[in-house]
Design a protein around this ligand. Structure first.
Ligand code: ZN
Length: 283
């Protein structure tokens, strides 16, 4: 339905759905799995996440990366994005012939066997345009909300408890819905994001985590550290470099599975949005 309003719709209908593979071929990255590729882009390119968050903070982290990769492939600098009706409501028109950006949108659909049941799924849709693809009224500068630890802990239903271990190598730990950070931790905020990552990723429902400086190389640690990297870099905080080194070191010869990458994006989103709620404009 959104295509009816698109300026180019009558001449040449846009595809309403596309797959991650289509999207990546546009970005000339021919790979099998899109989410893990987006995550490696984020891990290997310092500054990409910060740029993406600054331009598209109201969108999910996965969509922020999808948007910035596509804009980069077209030589368009990072700029706010919106749908065709979204731009109209802000007094701007999409220029003729502009090609929409593809983002991933949650959808709900009926169960074939039981019409009363609905399932959540995802679809890739070409519906978004960057500011420079539009013309019209001037736009006010973007306001990025401050991230608040207290708000985040409250929203996530996580409690920060006093650190009770005597092992000075332990930076922090997480158990059930509690996190503890060593008062002498090298990067306390990075450790906080890492421990919150364990809780939100569901790891602590399974076991207890104590993180030493040389944590074992396992996928749970990489998932939590990836969440810490994405959070630190989105908010422009120290620690992304350390996390990047840790993950790159782990990645030698290994790939973060697509399902893990997706969980990392989801957990990061929850933590960032819990501490800095945004108007429900993005996805
Ligand atoms: Zn850990």
């Amino acid at each position: 339905m959104q295509n009816l309003q698109h300026p180019a719709a009558s001449a040449q209908p846009l595809p309403t759905t596309t797959t991650p593979a289509d999207l990546l071929s546009e970005a000339q990255m021919l790979v099998a799995s899109a989410w893990s590729t987006l995550l490696s882009e984020a891990v290997t390119k310092p500054g990409l996440i910060l740029q993406a968050y600054n331009a598209f903070h109201s969108y999910s982290v996965g969509n922020q990366l999808l948007a910035i990769v596509q804009l980069g492939a077209r030589g368009i600098p990072p700029a706010p994005i919106n749908t065709y009706p979204g731009w109209l409501s802000k007094g701007r028109q999409v220029k003729k012939g502009e090609k929409a950006l593809v983002l991933c949108q949650p959808i709900s659909f009926k169960d074939k066997a039981d019409p009363d049941q609905r399932h959540l799924g995802f679809m890739y849709k070409a519906r978004w345009f960057a500011l420079s693809q539009t013309e019209g009224e001037d736009m006010p500068p973007i306001q990025i909300p401050e991230w608040s630890k207290l708000d985040a802990l409250f929203e996530l239903d996580v409690e920060q408890v006093p650190f009770e271990l005597s092992d000075g190598n332990v930076q922090g730990y997480a158990r059930s819905r509690e996190v503890a950070i060593n008062p002498l931790a090298q990067l306390p905020h990075k450790t906080l994001f890492h421990e919150l990552g364990h809780v939100v990723l569901g790891h602590t429902a399974e076991m207890e985590f104590a993180d030493t400086e040389a944590t074992p190389r396992n996928l749970r640690e990489v998932e939590a550290e990836s969440v810490a990297l994405l959070c630190c870099e989105s908010l422009g905080l120290d620690g992304a470099e350390y996390a990047r080194g840790y993950i790159q070191n782990w990645l030698q010869g290994e790939v973060i599975p697509d399902e893990s990458a997706r969980r990392i994006f989801r957990a990061t989103d929850r933590i960032l949005k819990a501490g800095a709620p945004v108007a429900a404009e993005g996805n």
